[in-house]
Design a protein around this ligand. Structure first.
Ligand SMILES: [Fe+2]
Length: 318
């Protein structure tokens, strides 16, 4: 479909969903995202993208911004979709919520999936609505057995309704629950194992959460079910401090990716090989060329890994 899609890197990403149970009647949608870097598609860049057709692996959009019948967003996304693979990223399903999923929201998601045939659909391990009240934040869940069962039921329902495997994103968190009986990595592992969904690994979220809770980010990264990663997110954070004066990082998506996050990303590539990588920027959005340059840094790292792998094969290495 796209000149960009044809430039996929050679190499191998870990088999998506390896070791996970199959999901009956669900296609492996995420497997077709190219092993390249992509960027979030912003309305202020619609015309620029169409005019310049940048060589980028894919675009990602927030599903909720397209839950209208018509208008300019659909006009431009439809035209851009003709040339690029698409990742559809949900922010409003409230998978961690206490109540049942909003079936009308699911219907709207299903309609978007039919309309744009995205290569990937993803959502967050979080909740954002309760009893008909909607919040602007992605709020954390306790890591306990009742929540685990509920999240698995909700993901089963999403995958059944959309008829495809979804990716679940690890959250950025600022507080933890005393009632938690599992670690975040244990929780995610079991969700993936029980539902067959994949992992959207947000490397910035790993760094933000670990810093806020005083944990080693690299150790947490290696505890995650990396074999099930279908997409990586990279983003920038803001620095703050809590009431006690300790460092507090905010997942702001309003600045370039920090060097510490780039370092963790290098570890991910070393472990997995090339993997679809999205540069997220939702606030203080710069010019398209600036976003493309940042995606270019990720793309260079993916290409360098593929080259190292090729040379290793030539020399008989592994
Ligand atoms: Fe993310």
């Amino acid at each position: 479909m796209s000149n960009a899609a044809s430039h996929t890197l050679s190499g191998s990403v870990a088999a998506f969903g390896a070791g996970a149970p199959g999901v009956v009647g669900v296609s492996d949608g995420a497997a077709s995202l190219p092993w390249r870097a992509g960027i979030g598609l912003k309305p202020q860049h619609f015309r620029d993208v169409l005019a310049t057709r940048p060589d980028i692996g894919f675009f990602e959009v927030h599903a909720e911004n397209y839950m209208v019948d018509g208008g300019p967003f659909h006009h431009y996304l439809g035209r851009i979709r003709e040339h690029y693979p698409l990742s559809l990223h949900g922010v409003g399903l409230s998978i961690g919520g206490e109540g049942a999923l909003d079936e009308s929201h699911l219907d709207r998601l299903a309609a978007l999936v039919r309309r744009y045939e995205p290569a990937s659909f993803s959502e967050h391990l979080a909740w954002s609505s309760h009893g008909g009240t909607f919040f602007n934040d992605l709020l954390p869940v306790p890591y306990d057995r009742p929540t685990l069962d509920r999240v698995c039921r909700h993901i089963d329902r999403v995958q059944e309704r959309l008829r495809r495997r979804m990716l679940l994103e690890n959250p950025s968190t600022y507080v933890e629950f005393e009632s938690s009986t599992l670690s975040e990595t244990q929780f995610l592992r079991e969700v993936l194992q029980r539902t067959g969904c994949g992992l959207l690994l947000d490397v910035n979220n790993v760094y933000v959460s670990c810093t806020n809770h005083g944990r080693d980010a690299l150790a947490c990264l290696h505890e995650l079910p990396l074999a099930s990663v279908g997409e990586v997110h990279l983003a920038g954070f803001a620095r703050d401090q809590d009431a006690a004066g300790a460092p507090l990082l905010i997942d702001s998506h309003g600045s370039p990716v920090d060097d510490a996050v780039w370092g963790l990303y290098a570890q991910v590539i070393d472990r997995l090989g090339p993997v679809p990588t999205l540069l997220e920027r939702d606030n203080d959005v710069p010019a398209l060329s600036t976003l493309l340059a940042e995606a270019g840094r990720a793309e260079d790292m993916l290409t360098a890994h593929a080259e190292r792998r090729r040379c290793g094969t030539c020399w008989g290495g592994s």
